[in-house]
Ligand binder design. Sequence first.
Ligand code: IMP
Ligand code: MG
Length: 170
Amino acid sequence: MTRDILIPHDDIVAKIEELAEQISSDYSGKEPILIGILNGVIFFFSELVMKLRIPTRIDFIRAASYGSSMTSSGAIRFVKDVELPLKGEDVILIEDIVDTGLTLCHIVEHLKSKEPASLKICALIDKAERRERAVTVDYCGFQVLAGFLVGFGLDYDEKYRYLPDICVLR
Ligand code: IMP
Ligand code: MG
């Protein structure tokens, strides 16, 4: 397999600064809880959180769905749930990449059952081509049409997460 750089590291960092600016102004005077979807989100999550100009609390959730294949199975189970109480809180769900939308839909339904005051979605990459479930990404870093992406936290079979750039795997 070969990989080509699609989004260089510096462009990712610049985009995250833009997202942080937007979120900071939208949530001015508030203290949202940011929930990262493990594992792929960790690099995006930490860059984003540290650039916000508002106080936040953080938590994580982990849903298993992918196995080692390049396509989503649609079968999802929660390996780790959030620990902070969400009732009445402003929640922002942070995801690395939205593909079919199945994972995110399951997680959104699950979090809504905890009765947050508001729930918005922030994703570094919105890959719209294979979307099966309508998902509104409120804060989107990059829209990518197709391809399997690795790097900056994204993996293929748990490999390549460490790459600083986002690359296309061929
Ligand atoms: P969905 O349920 O199809 O939207 O898949 C979402 C999850 O699949 C993401 O959180 C990623 O873990 C994984 N995923 C989807 N597309 C890619 C990709 O291009 N590279 C790496 N992981 C991906
Ligand atoms: Mg993921």
